[in-house]
Structures are given as structure tokens and as C-alpha cells.
Design a protein around this ligand. Structure first.
Ligand code: PMP
Length: 345
């Protein structure tokens, strides 16, 4: 990896971050807080949240097996995807490289930040080609994005292939593990110590059943986490989100039960879909969704909508012609989907 300072935008390296009231006074307990121009009358949200979410990170750390100082929390993974562009990429000059197909927000954030977005196709069986990915990089490539398990394909990419990219690339490699709780593969967040240029993303939106609270995580070296903290909005995770996340973390049994139920339903759905005449191919999945190649994605999508069932039509996505992406629902929802698909003519 290059020297971190050589990778970071000079204005960000030199940035003196905003110092909020709760940054300047922390640690000791006080009786009277009249430092932040808040309203003093309690209603549960009259005080600013902890800017660094320390209590929440203490609860997340053992669940994820990542030390507190290696954790960043943000407003969904979306914030953790956008921040690296603002930290590392000089607008109009630098570029990032990503696999195709993959999650669409990497490209959107690149365009918002005026950063060139280069793509390298996965192989036809949705596997990573490390040499092609590395070959697409030049001296202005700051970040490589890898999503595993990948969206919309659902498969985990080869671990050794990802390792090769992380070790060979001189810039930052972001591995998005939004769906890793549905996979038996070893997550990359447990190998942070080995790779100083690695940033791993995770989210409360999938296995943790909390898409509505907008809480995403990034795991990285303390140096990279400090840069995230320097650039983020001072109070980026609100009080209600922090409270609800603590409640969710306190019920690990329920979390595990929901994951098991999704995995059980995923198996049933995989088997049943494979028997349907409209299904040409059911792709292997390590996520909470299944990519299916069908006889006519547009027609079947519209038909399902007419039955009150909404799936994601991915037919126009690279390598996904005539593919639908189906999220694993409850037993009842999956039964309705299968019944509707059996009636399709
Ligand atoms: N990463 C991937 C790969 C995703 O598919 C999604 C959502 N579809 C996200 C991140 C977004 O997560 P969040 O809700 O935390 O912004």
C-alpha cells in the first residue's frame, strides 16, 4: 500500500475538522450542560447524540469481532460508501474501479463526486477476475470496490481472488459485506490487521432487520477510521437510531432466529424455483436474495406486479439479461410468489 498521505486528498489531509460541543467536553460527568445551545426540557431527543457513538460501538464490537477503534458508524452504508470518495478522490482527476454487475450506489457516488467510475466485467459465472481488475487501474486509481456476496448476483466471490487484489493494489480496497451474515464464508472484517488498505462495509439493513434506522458500518485501520471521523457530519447517527440499535443488539437470539428463518426459506425457494418451467437458471446465492434467469423477465415482472408481488427486474443489468432478483420473504410471501409463478403462461 502507498503511504496513506499520498492517497488522501491534500485538502482533507490538512483539514481541521469541526469541533462540536460534545467533542470538546467528554469523559467526565457534569450536572449542568449549557454548552450546546440545546433546549433544556427533556423529551428524549432534546440533547445532541454522542458524535462518535461510543456505547453503540462497544456493543457492536464483540458481535462483529472488530475492536471499537476500527469501527465507523454512519447514516446507512451509503454514508460509508460516499465518504471514501470525499477523502481519497480528487474530483475530475482520480478514478475508482469496480466489478460489473454490482451494487449501484458506488457508481452514483462516483458521479456525484465527479470521479471517473471504471468497471471490469465479472466472468459469465459471476466470478472475479483479479488480473483484469488490477489491469484497469492506473496511477490515479484510488479505490477498488468489491461486493461479496455480490448484489445482484448473490454469490460470494473467490476469497483468494479478493486477497490477491487487496495485496497487489497500492490504494484502498473496499469489500462490501452487506450480505455476509447470510454466508458461511469467513468475513474479511476479521482480517483487518493483515491488510492496512482494506475497508469492509456492513449494515444493519439486511440480517439485522433494521433498514429503517439507517445504520451502516465501516471497519478499517485506525488511521482510515480517523479520516472518516474527520470528514463526516458531526452528529451523523441520530439519537433514535442509536437507541433502537442498542435495543436490537440486546436481542441476539431474535437476530439469529431471523437469519435461520431466512436461510431455511432461501433453501425451499431455491428448490421450488428450479422446478418452474419459466426458470431457465437459478443462480447459487450466499445472500438473502436469489437471482433467477427466466423465459421473459419483463413479462413476468409485469405479471407479478398485477398479482400484487414486486420483485426486482434486473434484465438491463450487465450479464443479467432476463434475470429477476427475488428477496427471500416470509413463508407466506414465498408461497404466494411460487403460486403466482406456477400460474404464469
Ligand atoms: N451494500 C450493498 C451491497 C447493498 O445491496 C445495499 C442495499 N441494497 C447496501 C450496501 C445499502 O445498505 P444501507 O441500507 O446500509 O445503506
Amino acid at each position: 500500500m502507498k503511504n496513506l498521505q499520498d492517497l488522501v486528498r491534500p485538502n482533507i489531509w490538512a483539514l481541521k475538522p469541526y469541533s462540536c460541543a460534545r467533542d470538546e467536553f467528554k469523559g467526565m460527568k457534569a450536572d449542568v450542560y449549557i454548552d450546546a445551545n440545546e433546549n433544556p426540557y427533556p423529551n428524549g431527543v432534546n440533547r445532541y447524540p454522542d458524535p462518535l457513538q461510543e456505547q453503540l460501538k462497544l456493543a457492536i464490537s464483540p458481535m462483529k469481532g472488530v475492536p471499537v477503534e476500527n469501527i465507523f458508524l454512519g447514516n446507512g452504508s451509503d454514508e460509508a460508501i460516499d465518504l471514501p470518495f470525499r477523502i481519497f478522490c480528487r474530483p475530475g482527476k482520480d478514478n475508482v474501479v469496480a466489478i460489473a454487475p454490482t451494487y449501484g450506489m458506488y457508481e452514483v457516488c462516483a458521479h456525484v463526486n465527479d470521479v471517473e467510475y471504471r468497471t471490469v466485467s465479472l466472468t459469465p459465472d459471476y466470478e472475479l477476475d483479479p488480473d483484469a481488475l488490477l489491469g484497469a487501474c492506473d496511477e490515479n486509481t484510488k479505490i477498488i470496490f468489491i461486493c461479496s456476496p455480490n448484489n445482484p448476483t448473490g454469490n460470494s466471490l473467490g476469497r483468494e481472488k479478493i486477497e490477491r487484489v487487496i495485496t497487489a493494489f497500492q490504494g484502498i480496497v473496499i469489500v462490501d459485506e452487506a450480505y455476509s451474515d447470510f454466508s458461511a464464508q469467513r468475513p474479511f472484517r476479521l482480517d483487518l490487521q493483515k491488510y492496512p488498505n482494506l475497508v469492509v462495509l456492513a449494515t444493519f439493513s439486511k440480517a439485522w432487520s433494521a433498514a429503517g434506522i439507517r445504520l451502516g458500518m465501516a471497519f478499517a485501520s485506525t488511521d482510515i477510521i480517523s479520516l472518516f471521523n474527520k470528514v463526516k457530519y458531526p452528529y451523523n447517527v441520530n439519537v433514535l437510531t442509536q437507541k433502537k440499535a442498542m435495543e436490537i443488539l440486546g436481542n441476539a437470539t431474535l437476530l439469529q432466529r431471523h437469519i435461520s428463518m431466512v436461510l431455511e426459506e432461501r433453501d425451499t425457494l431455491l428448490k421450488s424455483l428450479a422446478f418452474l418451467p419459466i426458470c431457465k437458471k437459478v443462480y447459487p446465492t450466499d445472500a438473502n436474495f436469489i437471482l433467477v434467469k427466466v423465459t421473459d423477465a419483463d413479462g413476468i415482472y409485469k405479471y407479478l406486479v398485477s398479482k400484487g408481488i414486486v420483485v426486482r427486474n434486473r434484465t438491463h443489468v450487465h450479464l443479467c439479461g432476463d434475470c429477476l432478483r427475488i428477496t427471500v420473504g416470509t413463508k407466506d410471501e414465498n408461497t404466494k410468489l411460487l403460486a403466482a409463478l406456477r400460474q404464469y403462461v
